[in-house]
Design a protein around this ligand. Sequence first.
Ligand code: F6P
Length: 348
Amino acid sequence: MCFQEKGLFYLRYHKMEETTKAPGKNYCIGILTSGGDAPGMNAAIRAVTRAAIYKGFCVKAIYRGYKGLLSDEIVEFKTQNVSNIIQQGGTILKTARCKEFQTPEGRKIAHDTLVRENIDALVVIGGDGTLTGARIFATEYNFPIVGLPGTIDNDLFGTDSTIGYDTALNTIMEAVDKIRDTATSHERLFFIEVMGRDAGFLALNGAIASGAEAAIIPEYNTEVDQLEELIKNGFRKSKNSSIVLVAESPTTGGAMQLAERVKNEYPQYDVRVSILGHLQRGGSPTAHDRILASRMGAAAIDALIEGQRNVMIGIQNDQIVYVPFSKAIKNDKPIDRELLNTLRTLSI
Ligand code: F6P
């Protein structure tokens, strides 16, 4: 094994492990989606399926994520199986969070299924939990797996964007635009909670895109009391309404908790809360997410042909890169602090 440069991370295995088959005739690739769904997953399924068939491989679709590996919900896919799905949100393969796969016994059943189904490699599409499961399984069974970052949270290290993030951001922007109409009419202060599973990417960029007054994010919460800072700076200023985006997280406390605090400490404000919830995960993917998913899906097949394993396909400066699972899931993707300054500057 040796490392080479291609963008930031590029992991190349010169020699396939003895126990695994090199991609060639009769090579079979399993594909699954797992964890929270994200718009663009279908575009990724389509890309993986078609790129694999184009190279002469067989594709087997595994339904309901790792759960489907345990219960053998597997169907061979032809190119027609992925027709007319690029524009659809959600995932045609269904998804699930599978507790059993977290146990050695569960993973043994999954491995037995892969052997029985003659599947030689896996492409898994999902977020942090999915890639963590993939990493453990790949190490335990010396099984080739390539991951695609499919999550609206954008919280995977080593990729500028994850599949679904751009669509969710646009959904947030449209929702906030609508809330602004009523906020302005009633001269109210709105706390709008967005998803992100402890990461502030959706909240911060959603705030910039919708012209909100502030974003309260977990990455910054440990350093300052963001609400205090907001109030001290006089967050209404010359405006007759205010919108604050809050990232869901125990660290921020969430929108409800912040609203309660303002109601108690500053009763002069007419405060309302809106939790956008799962609508952020739905909808037809944007062109950005469709193109990203298509490029990444095709790259996953190239990666397997090159003998890659245990890597996530990422994108950095518009270049496809391979990110080792161990780095992608470390949960320390940095948020660009300059964006906070931009938000502050533009919200005067
Ligand atoms: O990871 C994606 C995500 O949508 C997070 O933003 C959110 O915290 C979580 O999934 C919600 O999960 P569930 O659909 O299981 O409630």
